[in-house]
Design a binder for this molecule. Structure first.
Ligand code: HEC
Length: 367
């Protein structure tokens, strides 16, 4: 696996990054791509590893200089990045030299990649001398590098699943492995994003399911984005010991069963927050009733009526609050709800399906 130099780089401010010897402006991805660019366009003259020509100070029979090494042993490090770019864009022929121009052949991005490749051959010492010589502003900004890296890491995945479904890549504790959220799943990208693994990452030494940890935090974030006034709430009279979030549908038998047991949960100090989740979305059997419940003046009573299939007194579902029913469906899908009822403990842990109160209560509160 290739080393991603930029991981360290991003943690430093620009100033430190330039002063510290092992922190460079480019990412390993740029170096890898630069290697392709270099081998195809430059290696015939400058050598496979930018090492040619050894006798670069000696002119040939025509009085022309041979291609100089770009690996840090010649003069390339005397030029700032703009001059390096310009040399590659315009070549040396205009100035009586031999090197052809590349501006019509290579994009600015590819030129930077080629520079990243030959600079990766430079010793830390040479690199530090080079970066110390020039204004910091002449280097590509760290943000550009960061963005480019994000895009590079996810570029294969984006081609497969599209932009909109992907979160931005996050570094994991494992070197060169990145985590990306894809809807409600977590994908691990390896080898600069060429390979994806879908599943849970477990720290065996410490016995922690790292993916599950993430999943819980992000489920709680999504659920807690709803205010109580957006939802249907049942609160215990006494002290609240814990809160249970439930994605519910009025048309689901096990949701009705759970609903009947709410008084027991309240007695045990459990606050219940209902989020709407119409199985099957807007064409689902409970969708219209859920909208009606959300439009009712007394939602918790309307919910009880709806669960008893007593819908005569419910308002029609055309008010603005009924939009929460659509939002609840989106949120449910985001947090991995596949059926109702779907229960989320205060820790964010998901419990799939109905659990009788005798078992549910001890799962939620310490007694
Ligand atoms: C046909 C041979 C040839 C090719 C192909 C070529 N170069 Fe050059 N390059 C030269 C020569 C010769 C020089 C010295 C100046 C001159 O004669 O134009 C040079 C000079 C340079 C310099 C300035 C080095 C210094 O110490 O001042 C850089 C940077 C450079 N080349 C980069 C590249 C890159 C990057 C590529 C590929 C995209 C490339 N060259 C392709 C022949 C070549």
């Amino acid at each position: 696996m290739k080393k991603i130099i930029v991981i360290q780089l991003l943690m430093f401010s620009i100033g430190t990054a330039l002063a510290a010897t092992d922190n460079r402006w480019y990412s390993s991805v740029q170096v890898n791509q630069g290697e392709q660019v270099f081998k195809q366009n430059c290696a015939s003259c400058h050598g496979q590893n930018a090492e040619a020509t050894t006798n670069w100070k000696q002119t040939d029979a025509n009085g022309k200089y041979p291609p100089p090494p770009l690996n840090g042993t010649a003069h390339a490090w005397h030029h700032d990045i703009e001059l390096l770019r310009k040399t590659i864009r315009e070549g040396g022929q205009k100035l009586g030299g031999v090197m052809p121009p590349f501006q019509d052949k290579l994009s600015a991005e590819q030129i930077d990649q080629a520079i990243a490749f030959f600079q990766s051959k430079w010793s830390d010492d040479i690199y530090a001398k080079w970066s110390g010589r020039f204004e910091e502003t002449s280097l590509p900004s760290l943000n550009d590098v960061k963005l480019a890296l994000n895009n590079q890491i996810t570029r294969h995945l984006k081609k497969r699943v599209g932009n909109t479904q992907l979160g931005s890549p996050k570094k994991t504790d494992i070197e060169d492995v990145w985590q990306v959220k894809m809807q409600n799943r977590y994908v691990y990208l390896i080898d600069d994003g060429q390979y994806a693994m879908i599943g849970d990452l477990v720290d065996l030494k410490n016995g922690v399911n790292l993916t599950e940890q993430e999943r819980r935090v992000s489920a709680l974030d999504a659920i807690n984005a709803y205010k109580d006034t957006d939802l249907v709430i049942y609160e215990p009279k006494g002290k609240i010991k814990t809160t249970l979030n439930v994605f519910t549908d009025t048309s689901c038998p096990y949701c009705r069963k759970l609903h009947k047991e709410i008084p027991k949960l309240l007695d045990a100090g459990i606050k219940v927050r209902y989020l709407p989740f119409a199985r099957g979305g807007s064409r689902g059997p409970g969708y219209q009733t859920l909208r009606s419940v959300w439009c009712a003046e007394n939602r918790s009573k309307a919910m009880t009526d709806a669960k008893n299939q007593d819908t005569v007194d419910l308002p029609d579902g055309t008010c603005q609050d009924a939009d929460i029913v659509d939002q609840g469906y989106v949120t449910g899908n985001q947090v991995g709800v596949t059926g109702t009822p779907a229960l989320f403990k205060a820790t964010g842990e998901k419990v799939e399906g109905y659990v009788p109160y005798q078992q549910l209560i001890p799962m939620l509160v310490q007694q």
